[in-house]
Design a binder for this molecule. Structure first.
Ligand code: 5GP
Length: 193
């Protein structure tokens, strides 16, 4: 029995990282740690939040074919290491991946048998006014970064129809309840046997 690979997308401020991390802390899933070239935010740790790489190291991994997918998001490179994901799925672990719409599209197109069987995706949607309030409330980003994220959110939202599931964000508890219900249902798919 292989694990479920659940791709979770949604704009910054949708709470998708919190959902993924909370499910991991509850022992329901493993969290896929992405590589990125963006600098760490205050409190973020290398190897826990991301593998923080230089642009040169990231490019070398692209060349070596180590990424299941990679994309440029908000001007920085992000990618997921293929070997890490496959190892976990084959060990029967559920994996959640917090990635953008481009990354989700490339994994959806992946022909690898294990990835195809394990694959599922959900888009976390937040109404625009609520999203802006959340981004301003977290006080980690400069105004131009907030504007860029709002612009990108509108573009990402336009692609939510590509996803199998959509979770319209309400409050944290309700979001988490629905998220774990989805994970549990996905684990019952006969294709995982
Ligand atoms: P942040 O810099 O705020 O942590 O993440 C910015 C965006 O990059 C988010 O939409 C997040 O889902 C996306 N992201 C994080 N890791 C990956 C990855 O490995 N691949 C792709 N394609 N996007 C990622």
């Amino acid at each position: 029995m292989i694990g479920t690979l659940l791709i979770v997308s949604g704009p910054s401020g949708s709470g998708k990282t919190t959902l993924c991390r909370r499910a991991e802390a509850a022992g329901l899933t493993c969290y896929s740690i992405s590589c990125t070239t963006r600098p760490p935010r205050p409190g973020e740790q290398d190897g826990i939040d991301y593998h923080f790489l230089t642009p040169e190291t990231f490019a070398a991994k692209v060349q070596a074919g180590e990424f299941l997918e990679y994309a440029t998001v908000h001007g920085n490179s992000y990618g997921t290491l293929k070997a890490d994901i496959e190892k976990l799925l084959l060990a029967g672990k559920n994996v959640v991946m917090d990635i953008d719409v481009q990354g989700a599209a490339s994994i959806r197109a992946c022909t690898d048998d294990i990835i195809r069987k394990a694959y599922a995706d959900v888009y976390i949607h937040v109404p625009a006014a609520e999203l802006e309030a959340r981004l301003r409330g977290r006080r980690t980003d400069a105004e131009e970064v907030i504007q860029l994220r709002l612009h990108n959110a509108a573009m990402e939202d336009a692609r939510r129809g590509e996803y199998q599931f959509a979770l319209v964000s309400a409050d944290k508890e309700s979001d988490y309840t629905r998220f774990t219900a989805l994970l549990s249902t996905l684990g019952m798919r006969t294709c995982l046997a």
